[in-house]
Design a protein around this ligand. Structure first.
Ligand SMILES: C[S@@+](CC[C@H](N)C(=O)[O-])C[C@H]1O[C@@H](n2cnc3c(N)ncnc32)[C@H](O)[C@@H]1O
Length: 912
């Protein structure tokens, strides 16, 4: 499937480009052209890193040799821990033994290896060359498994080093977490898994306690294997359901939809996707139980700032960087990176943790950013660098740099800002070399940050364990602070100042109430750019208001929707105001970044934000609003009645996505906190693009007694424990499940139910409509491949059953549980051709209606599952038909999963 799909997409995308490229101006065919291989050389790159990284001489050769080698392929088993471990076990027991038997040219082939420092060996990497992979059948089987499990979201292709930052965040269930630059979402997926850790086991415990019902009779031994987090104390607030929150944000609208595609697979009601420039992330209102009339604002326990960067740690996979690398790439990102980190620290709770990371090796994007942000946030008194040396002990790393040099655009090296100032004094125009600003340099002696323990930052280089390069730092917020305005707003020569010191005649924000007041007059969602920066600066100082530049403009300026690889070099979403003469950044103070985060100040900002924004430009299509249904809504009551849903399951968290607030196509479910955030921030200019899990989908029903809202498979894990026994079918035998997976419409009318073994009588007697198929492997049927408990939606119609799963889920399950690649059978079609030929007219009619309803259900489901683009997936307004003009799944998102995994197993070349 990966091959076919990727071929199709590649053909589609390359189709136009390919045809155009291959034709000359008269439409004739040009001779086939090949492009020269990129030479993995770049003298400035080599000069800079040989100088600045301080690697011992004997390591330098290894460092460069590793960067010139292809990157091993890597992947991670994802989803809930129990499930991830089950899928991993298949790799170890079914595929690796076969691969290990292969010898190539007399040498044993190296099978995939677990990443030693990743918990529970859930991350793997493989170095097998493609020619070997292509040659041997055990690899073909392994490739099928990888592709199949990736398509259903059980395996995520992710670069090994990119897995580090979430592991240093110490996320625990119940926490509020923000991922500021999240697309395409591999780290966000890790964070979401952490928030849900132990949830399934906790819910089982709770349900057993309140119902006495043996929801999962044979779970005792599994529970014993679950870790500490499964204990109810880990997240007690909501009957064991996860109460935590992940907000995944990206400034790029298209990329925020890649994020949805990636995260939706985890079916989390605790997740929201937003689309904002992180430097100006808006404060979010939450309820204030002490004073309900006065809103309070959300502060986060953990924030990930995996910022846009020049990406030279990815030289091994983005080989064009060898020719494209210039020192200017990193310089142009430094100020945005500082702003994002400052904003992150502002939004953090005291006691909370920010992890800052880049896939760049350049200190100007790393240690310099950390030092500059800490300096602006009040120094080490307020923010400290966490010593992570005891974390992930098997991960080889190097300490952060305390001293470094900056390479300017003309490849000249500078050691300090003082040196730059000295130079600029001697020039005629007094302008510093392009793009250099004081915060790029190591903190100077005597400044607050002079003794920052920057060695606690973590650097990972390619040669240490055959990975990409990465930089990670964990910061702890000790206390609230008022952020200082940026220092780098003026050219240095005429008003020279030492790094870390306020410019002459101007005091830092904390000492200068006037300036602060002036700053606050700017709207939060505005970023003065280019020409406006000077005006904004003047306005800030003169305490006057300026005409703002819309935030949407700012986002469009830079986060231009171009597809980039995860952790690859990206455009910054924040504008880079430059002086038209010198190209030197003329940074305006961003209001969100300078205002502190006391509730009152946030409220003021909010009030300003609520003012009309005449110049605001909407990027991307209109997003349907999120409207919550009252618990006594007819549809909610009807659903609760039909499925006999326990009153323990909350009925005040259901929402729809249309302006009328009436259920039309789909009903979503969210956690309580997600609901509060969506409700309290409606109409405040916050760009929510996704939230909630699709729980019920509207469905033609064969009679008035049948609920027209079927349970969607992604809502099943959340709901099934609360569904009454009347609407539950328990399946224990492996072969019965196989029939339901292979046959699309197994017949149960007449004597057909007898074929369904242990569930036959139950489904014969069950009232029509949707029910929960609870798969609980029986003792005698239980084996290693058939041991997981599942809850799946099953539809009973007059004539047949239909397991309501997308085809790729069925196929993946067949492969996983039965090692079976049998094509799926549409028994309905077969029956039309054979058995039903002799039926009386009315029975034929009933059968046809029955089939039509089931087919509609199936097709509805398949269409939903296929539509990865949420603009259509989530719109359920009356104007929409189901998935009207759903754009194709974000090609980059899919390509990343499938094509690349195919490549991982030596199949298709990655086209990214
Ligand atoms: C290194 S990538 C993030 C990778 C991601 N954390 C992951 O693990 O999949 C940086 C992301 O930042 C986004 N971005 C760029 N400028 C931004 C800004 N000012 N605010 C928020 N996001 C931004 C880019 O669109 C890009 O998706």
């Amino acid at each position: 499937m990966g091959r076919g799909k990727s071929g199709h997409r590649g053909g589609g995308r390359g189709g136009r480009g390919g045809r155009d490229r291959d034709r000359d101006s008269r439409g004739g065919h040009r001779p086939y052209q090949t492009f020269p291989e990129v030479r993995k050389e770049n003298s400035r790159l080599e000069q800079y890193y040989n100088t600045v990284l301080g690697l011992p001489e004997d390591e330098k050769a290894d460092f460069w040799a590793a960067l010139r080698r292809d990157l091993p392929n890597s992947f991670r088993f994802c989803g809930s821990k129990g499930h991830a471990l089950a899928v991993k076990r298949l790799l170890q027991t079914r595929y690796i033994p076969e691969i290990t038997r292969i010898t190539h040219e007399g040498v044993a082939v190296e099978p995939p290896q677990p990443v030693p420092w990743y918990p529970d060996s859930l991350a793997w990497s493989m170095t097998t060359p493609k020619n070997v992979v292509r040659k041997f059948p055990p690899f073909a089987a392994f490739q099928k498994f990888l592709v199949s499990e990736t398509s259903v979201g059980n395996i995520s292709r992710q670069e090994v080093v990119s897995m580090i930052p979430p592991l240093l965040m110490d996320v625990r269930p119940g926490m509020t977490v923000l991922d500021l630059c999240a697309a395409p979402g591999s780290k966000a997926a890790q964070l979401l898994e952490m928030i849900h850790r132990g949830e399934e086991a906790r819910i089982r415990q709770v349900i057993r306690t309140f119902s006495g019902d043996d929801v999962r009779t044979e779970d005792a031994h599994e529970d014993a294997h679950e870790d500490e987090a499964a204990k109810l104390e880990a997240d007690p607030g909501d009957d064991g359901r996860a109460t935590g929150l992940l907000i995944a944000n990206d400034a790029d609208y298209k990329r925020s939809h890649m994020l949805i595609h990636q995260l939706k697979r985890l079916s989390s009601p605790n997740m929201i996707v937003t689309n904002h420039d992180a430097t100006m992330y808006p404060p979010l209102r939450i309820p204030n139980p002490e004073n309900p009339s006065k809103p309070s604002y959300l502060k986060f326990d953990r924030i990930l700032a995996d910022v846009p960067c020049s990406g030279d740690g990815t030289l091994r996979k983005n080989i064009n960087l060898w020719k494209d690398w210039t020192p200017g790439n990193a310089l142009g990102l430094h100020l945005t990176q500082v702003r994002i980190l400052v904003r992150a620290l502002q939004m953090l709770k005291p006691g909370g943790r920010v992890v800052y990371s880049t896939c760049s090796m350049n200190p100007v994007e790393n240690e310099a950013v950390v030092a500059a942000a800490i300096e602006r946030c009040g120094g080490p008194e307020k923010v400290e660098i966490i010593d992570c040396s005891d974390q992930l002990p098997l991960l080889k790393r190097k300490p952060g740099l305390r001293k470094w040099q900056i390479m300017d655009k003309s490849a000249r090296l500078w050691s300090s800002w003082a040196e730059v100032e000295e130079y600029t004094k001697s020039t005629e125009d007094g302008i510093a070399p392009g793009r250099l600003v004081s915060s790029m340099f190591p903190p100077v002696a005597g400044s607050d940050c002079a003794d920052l323990p920057l060695e606690r930052c973590m650097r990972v280089y390619a040669h240490q364990q055959d990975t990409g390069g990465f930089f990670i730092t964990a910061l702890h917020k000790k206390a609230e602070f008022k952020a200082k305005p940026e220092e780098n707003r003026k050219q240095p020569a005429k008003n020279a100042r030492a790094n870390g010191q306020a410019p002459a005649g101007k005091r830092p924000l904390e000492e200068d109430g006037k300036e602060e007041a002036g700053v606050k007059k700017l709207r939060l969602s505005e970023e003065p750019t280019t020409d406006e920066s000077a005006a904004a600066e003047t306005a800030t100082e003169a305490n006057t208001e300026v005409e703002p530049k819309a935030e949407a403009d700012a986002v469009a300026t830079s986060a231009n929707g171009e597809a980039v690889e995860e952790d690859g070099p990206v455009e910054t979403g924040a504008p880079q105001p430059t002086d038209s003469n010198s190209g030197t950044p003329q940074t305006a103070t961003t209001p969100a970044a300078v205002a502190d985060n006391t509730e009152q100040q946030q409220e003021e900002q909010q009030q300003q934000q609520q003012q009309p924004e005449p110049r605001r430009k909407q990027e991307g299509p209109y997003e349907e609003p999120f409207k919550f249904l009252p618990p006594d809504h007819e549809v909610i009551k009807n659903v609760a009645e039909f499925y006999k849903i326990s009153p323990r399951f909350p009925s005040d968290r259901y929402m729809v996505r249309n302006a009328l607030g009436e259920p039309a196509k789909a009903i979503y479910y969210t956690s309580a906190l997600v609901r509060d955030i969506l409700v309290l921030n409606e109409g405040r200019g916050v760009k929510f693009v996704h939230g909630g899990v699709k729980m019920y989908v509207k469905q033609d029903a064969p009679s008035a007694d049948v609920c027209r809202w079927r349970i969607q498979s992604e809502g099943m894990p959340i709901l099934h424990g609360y569904v009454g026994a009347e609407r539950v079918v328990v399946l224990r035998k492996k072969e019965t499940l196989r029939k339901l997976l292979v046959e699309m419409f197994p017949k149960i009318a007449g004597d057909g139910w007898r074929r369904m073994d242990e569930i036959g009588e139950r489904v014969r007697d069950l009232a029509l409509g949707c029910c929960v198929l609870r798969v609980e492997p029986g003792v005698e049927d239980r084996d290693e491949d058939f041991s997981e408990h599942m809850a799946l939606p099953l539809w009973k119609s007059f004539q047949s059953l239909n397991l309501m799963l997308p085809k790729e889920d069925r196929s993946a399950m067949l492969l996983r549980i039965y090692n079976d690649t049998t094509p799926l059978i549409n028994m309905g079609i077969q029956r039309d051709n054979n058995a039903s030929a002799g039926l009386p007219a009315e029975e034929k009619d009933a059968e046809m209606k029955d089939e039509a309803a089931a087919a509609a259900a199936r097709e509805g489901q398949a269409a939903e599952e296929e539509a990865a683009a949420p603009a259509a997936e989530e719109g359920d307004g009356p104007a929409d038909v189901e998935l009207p003009d759903a754009p194709a799944p974000a090609p980059e998102a899919e390509a990343e999963g499938e094509v690349a995994v195919a490549a991982a197993a030596g199949g298709e070349e990655s086209t990214a």
